[in-house]
Design a protein around this ligand. Structure first.
Ligand code: NAD
Length: 318
């Protein structure tokens, strides 16, 4: 069995080890793979493991040995999973490994909106407190989370973990999900999309990137939000229309926004959000804690073993 990891560096910059996969076959690990290097590197592979390298129909058609595709992520939009399904090739993802990490980052963003620890520390370091005539000052309105309404778009694992944390801060929690999964906690209320948008002080996106959610956050979506609301996206960059969100930040329709994901990563130099006011951006780090990446590697190893044993797990396309 030939196993190729196309872009292993982000998951393991040196503090983890892929050696545990060697018992399942001949393992080749590339730190990074440009799209134009992909075919040459995986043409003989039985198993392809990818994090963000796209695996599309044109390349898939040239892979005679391909039997299994493993994502190093929860989101699986980088792979033509429906096309692989037509060929009977399973695609597995890593569900749930980063739920805690993403929920934690969402709360960090919400707290930054409310208090601005980072922003105020930067101001103090620039000498603004030392030259202040009063014993205190603040750079922007500070607000309490208690009593504010959080609107969660997509109520799966991460959405639910965010709801729990928001409830602990005394926030009211509304959520929208197109499919009824049931078993909702009593502190969260399922509402229509229109009600979510018109009643929430902060909207946070936790849906997968699928055709229905592509750029779902656009000028129409934003126009239904409360004036001065906040937006958070930690799901996938293309879930929002970046120009529309940037315009809303500039006009003040949105008071602020925070993103862990952008439409292309790394972002283009002229990405409109990078220069938008009241915008906090982290470089796709919600999953980056050591504990989280270690969990990812453990699940990935189990997925490979399950496939080798003829019972693939966490399959997203069959
Ligand atoms: P999940 O599958 O548990 O939940 C997804 C939820 O979205 C489900 O409730 C589903 O019903 C809902 N949904 C599906 N289609 C929808 C639609 N058209 N409109 C609204 N909601 C819809 O997934 P999860 O573990 O909660 O992860 C959510 C997303 O977060 C992932 O798909 C991934 O893209 C992203 N993610 C990002 C990071 C990061 O590092 N920033 C890490 C992990 C996951």
């Amino acid at each position: 069995m030939k196993i190729v990891i196309t872009d292993g560096y982000a998951e393991n910059p040196g503090d983890l080890s892929y050696d545990g996969l060697k018992k399942y076959g001949e393992l080749t690990v590339y730190d990074r793979t440009a799209q134009n290097e992909l075919l040459e590197r995986i043409k003989d592979a039985d198993i392809v493991i990818t994090n963000k390298v796209e695996l599309r129909k044109d390349v898939i058609d040239k892979l005679d040995n391909l039997k299994f595709v493993e994502l190093m992520s929860t989101g699986y939009n980088v792979v033509d999973y429906d096309y692989l399904k037509t060929k009977g090739i399973p695609v597995s993802n890593i569900p749930a490994y980063s739920t805690e990490g993403v929920a934690q980052l969402v709360m960090a963003f919400i707290l930054e909106f409310a208090i601005g620890v980072g922003e105020h520390t930067e101001s103090v370091k620039k000498g603004e407190w030392a030259s202040c005539p009063d014993f205190c000052y603040w750079k922007k309105p500070i607000f309490e989370l208690s009593g504010k309404t959080l609107g969660i778009f997509g109520f799966g694992r991460i959405g639910r973990a965010v709801a729990k944390r928001a409830d602990a801060f005394g926030m009211k929690v509304l959520f929208y999900t197109p499919r009824d999964h049931g078993n909702y906690p009593d502190y969260a209320k399922r509402v229509s999309l229109d009600d979510l948008l018109s009643n929430s002080d902060i909207i946070t996106m936790h849906c997968p990137l699928v055709p229905e959610t592509h750029e779902i956050v656009n000028s129409e979506f934003i126009s239904k939000m409360k004036d001065g609301a906040y937006l958070i996206n930690t799901s996938r960059g293309p879930v929002i229309n970046e120009n529309d969100v940037s315009d809303a930040l500039k006009s003040g329709k949105l008071s602020g926004a925070a993103f862990d994901v952008l439409s292309s990563e790394p972002p283009k130099k002229d990405n409109p959000l990078v220069s938008s006011p009241n915008t906090f951006i982290t470089p796709h780090i919600a999953w980056a804690a050591y504990e989280t990446r270690k969990r990812l590697l453990d699940i990935l190893t189990r997925n490979i073993e399950a496939f080798i044993n003829g019972k693939p797990e966490n399959v997203v396309n069959l």
